[in-house]
Ligand binder design. Structure first.
Ligand code: ZN
Length: 252
C-alpha cells in the first residue's frame, strides 16, 4: 500500500550502516514512524528530504503496520537554521515540543502549521529568537489544550494586579495576595509581558509573532512560557539547556 503525504522530520535515529528511523509530523496522519532505508548512503536520493527539520513530500510504502520511505523530495529546508548552531538547536527544541504534544493517527494541521511557521521565522532571522521561542511555546500550549487563564487571578478572580504572576501549576494568573496565602510563588510578569501573553493566545491566524517587547519584559515572558510548558507537559527538555549554553555566548 502506497501513500503520499507532506511532513516535518522531528527526529532521526541512525540504524544499520546507512539507514534512519524518522519521526515525522505529517499532514494526513499526525505523527508517523518511518524507516528510511539507505538515507545515509552517499548520493542517496532521499537524503535531503529525510534530514532533521526538513519539510518534505514523502511517498511511503506500508507493510505489516510499518511505513517505509520510498521517495522523498524536500519542500523547505529552513536553510537559515542550518548554518547557525543556536537557531538549529532551538529548531530541535521546537521539534521535540511538537513531538511531545502530537499523537499517531491524529493529525492536527494547526499544530503542524505553527511548527512550520516558527521554524520559518527563526530561519529568516528577522525576529528576536527568544520572542519566537516564547510565542511558539505559549501558542502550542493553547493548540494542545493547555491554554492558561489570563483574564484574572485563578484563585480570587481579581482583575487588577500591580504585579501579575503566572502560576503554572494553577494554570493561569495569580495575584500577589493569593500567592502569599497559598505559598505558591508564580513567575513574576509585568504589564508588557502579560499583554504579550494575551496577544499570543488571541492573535488571529499566524500573527502571533507580530509584537515587540523590551529586553527585560521579553526575558520575563520567555521564563514564564518555558515554565508553563514544563509544568503542563510534566517534563523538561535537555535540548533547551544546551540551547541556553550556546545562546549565552551569542545573543543578549
Ligand atoms: Zn488572587
Amino acid at each position: 500500500m502506497y501513500k503520499t503525504t507532506r511532513g516535518l522530520v522531528l527526529r532521526e535515529v541512525s540504524y544499520r550502516d546507512s539507514s534512519k528511523i524518522l519521526t515525522v509530523l505529517t499532514e494526513s496522519d499526525g505523527k508517523l514512524t518511518i524507516s528510511a532505508r539507505g538515507a545515509r548512503r552517499k548520493g542517496s536520493k532521499i537524503a535531503a528530504a529525510a534530514q532533521l527539520l526538513a519539510f518534505s513530500e514523502f511517498t511511503l510504502f506500508g507493510r505489516g503496520g510499518r511505513w517505509y520511505l520510498n521517495e522523498g523530495s524536500s519542500i523547505e529546508l529552513f536553510e537559515g537554521l542550518r548554518n547557525d548552531l543556536g537557531r538549529f538547536t532551538l529548531g530541535q527544541y521546537v521539534a521535540q515540543l511538537l513531538e511531545t504534544v502530537s499523537d499517531e493517527d491524529n493529525p492536527n494541521i494547526d499544530i503542524l502549521r505553527l511548527g512550520l511557521n516558527s521554524l520559518y521565522t527563526l530561519s529568516q532571522g528577522k525576529k528576536v529568537d527568544t520572542l519566537v521561542k516564547a510565542a511558539f511555546e505559549l501558542r502550542l500550549m493553547c493548540l494542545a489544550g493547555y491554554a492558561p487563564m489570563l483574564d484574572s487571578c485563578v484563585q480570587c478572580g481579581q482583575k487588577e494586579m500591580p504585579v501579575p504572576m503566572l502560576d503554572a501549576y494553577g494554570g493561569g494568573l495569580i495575584c500577589s495576595e493569593c500567592a502569599t496565602e497559598s505559598g505558591r510563588m508564580g513567575i513574576e510578569l509585568c504589564l508588557s509581558s502579560l499583554a504579550a501573553m494575551r496577544f499570543i493566545t488571541k492573535a488571529d491566524n499566524e500573527r502571533y509573532f507580530s509584537f515587540t517587547l523590551k529586553e527585560e519584559a521579553l526575558k520575563r515572558l520567555s521564563a514564564a512560557t518555558e515554565q508553563y510548558v514544563e509544568v503542563q507537559l510534566e517534563r523538561s527538555f535537555r535540548i533547551l539547556e544546551f540551547y541556553k549554553k550556546i545562546a549565552g555566548g551569542i545573543e543578549q
